[in-house]
Write a protein that binds this ligand. Structure first.
Ligand SMILES: [Zn+2]
Length: 393
């Protein structure tokens, strides 16, 4: 598999609606879905040639190329979506650096112990506690994106409101009483995302993909394009930097952290833990193509072998809506599990190596449906879940 990183910069306000516009105020997504980039590239190419050629089929229809979501980035580093288990000071957020943390293993420990002690002792922001010992602020859910660097930092695209007036279909002029506002991502914001290319012809396909979006090319993304919004420039391509701990190392540190945390409460973990964390929405259906809901999820749903125990899921359910520009029709609404959802599993001791082989496959191939649009990207044993805890030796 070849993985490439593409960098885009917004040149005019970018409106990426989470749903179809039916309200007076429409918020924008703060990341660029892979499907939006994929659609823009396909339409561009179709505009140049009237009929789809082999190359186009290979890139867009064979399933060999997957366009992942593009996240806001800073200092040349792509942001990552914060897991739903991320927390920080309720009042000052991640500015109170010591309050940043992850609640997943403390929730699990509270469950194992049958006591809320591991959460109660941790819920106050330590920075606020130093300043105002009598009135500390609690830790609360932290959402958005973060930079995976030594020092924890969040990253957020700048947005602003655009105001518009509805047009009358009969007269073609401004309609009375129809004023609406759209949230848009500002100009000059940088986004980075990964394109994965699989198969024997990956190298040739990688060249094709790069040719579709050469450096300096202007793409049109999102809504309100006829009003000049959504101009995005391709800054360039680069190979993905695959530094960082290997899956095996992540597994070991995660479990060392678990043992350390459990030991603080005189407990010992009954097996080894691992996590699956969603880096893009995940679409799962059963054999009859019905969407799976949270209660239906078992270890087998994720392609995990028997003996894996489902422990704790922190997830949100979203409805994916979209617009097919070529057809000028809405895409079908699809229920999915949102980005940042976290799934915690446990296995008995001594099965680490067999499990790692299975997990490496999941991490590389992804899960669920519509993976070529970037859905179902998963990170196994995401360091975020343990980076704020001390490692016991
Ligand atoms: Zn605080």
């Amino acid at each position: 598999m070849i993985e490439l990183e593409i960098t885009l910069e917004t040149e005019s306000p970018l409106v990426l609606r989470a749903g179809r516009a039916s309200a007076q105020f429409t918020p924008t997504l703060t990341y660029i879905p892979g499907a939006a980039l994929r659609g823009a590239l396909a339409l561009n190419r179709l505009g140049e040639r009237s009929t789809p050629d082999d190359e186009l089929r290979q890139v867009f229809l064979s399933g060999a190329v997957s366009f992942g979501p593009l996240f806001p980035s800073q200092n040349g580093v792509a942001g990552r979506p914060l897991p739903l288990s991320a927390v920080a000071c309720k009042r000052y957020g991640a500015k109170h650096l010591r309050s940043a943390g992850d609640s997943l293993f403390r929730l699990e420990l509270a469950d194992v112990l049958g006591s809320l002690k591991p959460l109660d002792e941790w819920e106050d922001c330590p920075d606020c506690l130093d300043q105002e010992p009598n009135y500390p602020n609690k830790r609360d859910r932290l959402s958005g994106y973060y930079l995976e660097e030594d020092e924890f930092a969040t990253v957020k695209p700048v947005t602003r409101m655009l105001t518009g007036v509805g047009m009358s279909r009969t007269t073609g002029t401004a309609a009375q009483g129809i004023l609406f506002s759209m949230e848009a991502i500002e100009e000059g914001q940088i986004f980075r995302g990964r394109v994965r290319i699989e198969g024997d012809e990956a190298e040739t396909l990688a060249e094709c993909v790069k040719e579709l979006a050469p450096e300096g090319k202007i793409l049109r993304l999102g809504a309100a394009r006829s009003r000049g919004q959504g101009r995005v420039r391709v800054v360039g391509w680069q190979p993905v930097n695959l530094q960082g701990p290997s899956l095996g190392e992540r597994w070991d540190v995660l479990n060392a952290v678990v043992r350390g945390l459990w030991a603080e409460y005189d407990a010992e973990p009954e097996g080894e833990y691992f996590t699956l964390t969603l880096e893009s929405p995940l679409i799962l259906r059963d054999a009859c193509l019905r969407p799976l809901r949270a209660d239906d999820l078992k270890a087998e749903t994720f392609g995990l072998p028997a003996g894996v125990e489902r422990r704790r899921f922190i997830l949100n359910e979203v409805i994916l809506q979209g617009w097919n520009t070529a057809w000028r029709l809405p895409k079908r609404d699809t229920p999915a599990f949102g980005m940042g959802s976290v799934f915690l599993f446990r296995i008995p001791h001594g099965q680490r190596d067999a499990m790692l082989a299975c997990l490496a496959e999941i991490e590389q191939a992804g899960l669920g449906e519509r993976r070529h649009e970037g859905f179902g990207r998963v990170r196994v044993c995401d360091p975020f879940h343990y980076r704020f805890e001390e490692v016991s030796t």
